[in-house]
Design a protein around this ligand. Structure first.
Ligand code: THU
Length: 136
């Protein structure tokens, strides 16, 4: 088993474990995510819903915010998993956060073992970033 494959597998496993902690009494849709920092550490998270639906925090953002609040700034990959027909895709808000931290590889998965891996550029083309207001 190659190192790259092992890392992907570890990340999916971490996301799957975090999914078990999902707080989703409204949608009942459990999502888990995990990010791999360049430090080698993995940070995971789940979706956390609210009676005021709109302030729900997705699993991807929970994982990224946990990592950043622990001092991490650089990442190589993020995995997300849910019990969906196909690999689950990050929402638009999460894509923007993934782009902010330049996470190059996004691994989408489901519980059936379907996996789709894309680059950040594929996930969010024409993204808005700090460079857009550099001259402002
Ligand atoms: N959700 C995530 O956590 N990540 C995704 O990639 C898609 C959506 C959550 C938000 C909400 O708690 C539930 O899934 C249904 O939208």
């Amino acid at each position: 088993m190659g190192e790259r494959y092992r890392q992907t597998d570890n990340l999916i496993e971490a996301a799957k474990k975090a999914r078990e902690f999902s707080y989703s009494p409204y949608s009942k849709f459990k999502v888990g995510a995990a990010v791999l920092a360049k430090s080698g550490k993995i940070y995971s998270g789940c979706n956390i819903e609210n009676a005021s639906y709109g302030i729900t925090n997705c699993a991807e953002r929970t994982a990224i915010f946990k990592a950043v609040s622990a001092g991490e700034r650089e990442f190589t990959a993020l995995a997300v998993i849910a019990d969906a027909d196909g690999p689950v895709a990050p929402c638009g808000a999460c894509r923007q956060v993934i782009a902010e931290f330049n996470i190059g590889q996004i691994i989408m998965a489901n519980l059936k073992g379907n996996i789709k891996i894309v680059t950040l550029e594929e996930l969010l083309p024409f993204s808005f970033s700090a460079s857009d207001f550099a001259d402002a």
